[in-house]
Design a protein around this ligand. Structure first.
Ligand SMILES: NC(=O)c1ccc[n+]([C@@H]2O[C@H](COP(=O)([O-])OP(=O)(O)OC[C@H]3O[C@@H](n4cnc5c(N)ncnc54)[C@H](O)[C@@H]3O)[C@@H](O)[C@H]2O)c1
Length: 446
């Protein structure tokens, strides 16, 4: 080798060494994660392969260039079914740490019961994985800051799974509200009523459920240690040790929607009441919950879940403004516009005849035209999502885009804490029997 080429080689190799040093520093900062190009396949794994986990993983796999490598669950029957669904090559385990140790897995879906969300998602981020974590992001208020700090420290992408935030219908509602279509917003009201045992979380316990087929200690995790109980394993939403009641299960979606559409960060006051009215099967989660919230942006939010609704399942989400309504119903957004009357109108006919004439004349002097809009039929416009539209697909598409671009999605840890933190105020208010206050900016109970 000539002197010149030796010198060039030394320069190149020291530059390469410096470059690889930068890469390994970056990799260390990212917990050893792969850096993905725009066309690279994203390898995923599922943690918690129950009803929701199986359903959303099938949707996630419809996004091009995404492959499922592994599944973790505490019930063997679900691991068997994972192979039936996605092929014998998918690795299965009861211990999600085996999945997290694999360098070829880029991202994980966490669809465990709520009491495992923080631990599983933070373990995954600390192992360098990006995370799609089902709602509600938190089970206890301590979970929120841990989620936010871990996402920041590890530089991982975290998307919370309130999928409607990626819905084209919610985007339409947001656009309509911002354009002034309903004037000044003063109230958001929503209800989520059900009237069936399945709707009230009475999910089937499989006949083979026992301590051999189910990893009961692992399921319990940080929850109180109690003897095996198949109902608690398969119907965990009924107990606050694992679930977060209707507030964490359903209100949280309505908070995600309200925050996304209005741009608000959360309420500052909450009051709730309700009770266990019908499903008295040993659960401690109420089946009727009514809650009211004050937002600093001068609107109120009113939420209701009734699992004893006396009729068919029924959902509603309504934004009320000074000049109209925006309703999100099923696959549609319905705008009803009825601008507030410019004229106050009059009611004179209880006055003496002479006074009626005078009051009318006075009124006509002040309001000569007939510009009054009261009584005019409202203008109604309807926007429908295409048949078969899936907001879950769009939510995953957004997540995988973030995994590639490294730009945080809208529904990041802070958004997730603001939605779930607000929702759980309902449980707190009901337990304490009083109004509770929350700072939506600092995300702290006041
Ligand atoms: N975004 C939505 O619209 C939506 C809808 C339904 C459910 N969810 C959420 O999805 C989550 C799961 O709900 P589900 O109805 O599928 O419950 P599920 O009981 O059917 O499934 C949960 C699974 O997690 C497993 N599991 C428990 N601990 C685990 C651990 N440590 N490691 C690995 N697996 C573990 C259980 O064995 C079970 O199979 C919940 O947080 C729920 O709120 C979201």
């Amino acid at each position: 080798m000539s002197n010149l080429s030796r010198r060039r080689f030394i320069q190149t190799s020291s530059a390469a060494a410096a470059f690889s040093g930068t890469l390994s520093a970056l990799a260390a900062q990212q917990g050893g994660a792969r850096t993905l190009g725009p066309n690279d396949q994203i390898n995923i794994a599922l943690i918690g392969a129950g009803i929701r986990g199986q359903s959303i993983t099938s949707t996630a796999l419809q996004v091009p260039n995404v492959k499922l490598l592994a599944v973790a669950d505490c019930y063997d029957g679900r691991l068997t079914h994972a192979k039936e669904l996605w092929g014998a090559n998918v690795a299965t385990t009861r211990d999600y740490k085996e999945i997290l140790a694999r360098p070829d897995i880029d991202a994980v879906i966490v669809a465990t019961p709520d009491h495992w969300h923080m631990q599983a998602a933070c373990d995954a981020m600390n192992a360098g994985k990006d995370v799609y974590c089902e709602k509600p992001m938190i089970h206890t208020y301590d979970d929120g800051p841990k989620f936010i700090a871990t996402a920041k420290k590890t530089n991982r992408i975290l998307q919370v799974g309130s999928q409607r935030v990626s819905s084209i219908l919610y985007a339409k509602a947001k656009e309509l509200l911002a354009s002034g279509a309903i004037g000044k917003l003063n109230m958001v009201s929503a209800h989520w009523d059900r009237s069936t045992a399945q709707g009230a979380w009475d999910y089937t316990v499989p006949p083979d459920a026992n301590t051999t087929t189910c990893d009961w200690p692992r399921f319990l995790g940080s929850a109180p240690k109690i003897p095996w109980n198949g109902e608690r394993f398969f119907q965990w939403r009924k107990w606050s040790d694992y679930g977060s009641g209707v507030a964490g299960d359903l209100f949280v979606h309505l908070f995600s929607g309200t925050h996304f559409i209005t741009g608000a960060n959360g309420p500052n006051r909450a009051m709730a009441t309700g009770g266990l009215r019908y499903w008295k099967d040993g659960r401690n989660a109420p089946d009727v919950l009514l809650a009211l919230f004050d937002y600093p942006q001068e609107f109120n939010l009113s939420l209701r879940v009734n699992f004893v609704a006396g009729a068919d399942d029924n959902e509603g989400f309504l934004f009320t403004g000074s000049d109209g309504l925006i309703e999100i119903a099923g696959n549609s957004v319905i705008l009803t516009r009825k601008p507030m009357s410019k004229d106050p109108g009059y009611n004179v006919n209880t006055f003496a005849n002479a006074m009626q004439k005078e009051a009318l004349a006075d009124y006509r002097k002040k309001y000569p035209s007939t510009t009054q809009t009261a009584g005019v039929s409202p203008y109604i416009e309807r926007f429908d999502a295409p048949k078969g539209y899936s907001d879950t697909y769009d939510h995953f598409n957004n997540f995988f885009n973030s995994v590639r671009t490294r730009r945080q999605p809208i529904e990041d840890a802070t958004f997730g804490f603001r939605a779930a933190g607000a929702a759980l105020l309902s449980n707190l208010s009901m337990e304490k029997g009083k109004v509770v206050e929350w700072n939506p900016e600092t995300m702290k109970i006041v």
